[in-house]
Design a protein around this ligand. Structure first.
Ligand SMILES: *[C@@H]1O[C@H](CO)[C@@H](O)[C@H](O)[C@H]1NC(C)=O
Length: 166
């Protein structure tokens, strides 16, 4: 408890010491978004897990980008947990995907990515790209009824994210 309080105080002091820092989004680098897919949650789960495993090594980043170094921690058709190590900054982001069946053949996914180091405030949209790249790489964004919902308040630097780089 004391530790938390100290950490929060320190963090606040850190923010206040940069009065020009534009904190338009979350106070910590993170991203929360919602996807809808017109396929079953089981199919979404299998596709996501397959993509995470495909991008386990750094092979896919030899030409740049961050579509590599994913690590699956646990998975079932309701909940997927993974990590992503950033090639450029070397820190780790924690990823969770909550899969919620909607009616017969549609799946809503609440996805969250957050940077582990407490001091990461701005991330160039990396936490957004952590999530979005998986969907684009696996072509889940081409499934019928696909939509993605988020904004700058839920995803750090969402509107300036360039997922070709990150
Ligand atoms: C994103 O970055 C790539 C690689 O540097 C660049 O070619 C592309 O134009 C950028 N896209 C946007 C929208 O800025």
């Amino acid at each position: 408890m004391n530790f938390l309080k100290n950490k929060e105080a320190f963090y606040l002091a850190f923010l206040l010491s940069f009065p020009t820092l534009n904190v338009a989004g979350p106070l910590h680098a993170q991203c929360r978004l919602e996807w809808t897919f017109g396929i079953s949650c089981f199919d979404v789960y299998v596709t996501l897990v397959t993509q995470i495993k495909l991008w386990r090594t750094d092979d896919n980043c030899k030409q740049g980008g961050e579509r590599c170094l994913y690590e699956l921690k646990s998975a079932n058709e309701h909940y997927v947990v993974a990590k992503h190590t950033n090639m450029i900054h070397q820190y780790v982001d924690d990823l969770t995907f909550k899969l919620i069946p909607v009616q017969e053949i549609s799946c809503r996914v609440v996805a969250f990515s957050v940077s582990e180091p407490w001091y990461v405030v701005l991330d160039d949209g990396i936490n957004y790209c952590n999530l979005h790249n998986l969907v684009e790489g696996s072509a889940l964004d081409l499934t019928p009824g696909y939509s993605e919902l988020t904004n700058d308040f839920q995803c750090t630097q969402y509107s300036s994210a360039n997922c070709t780089i990150y």
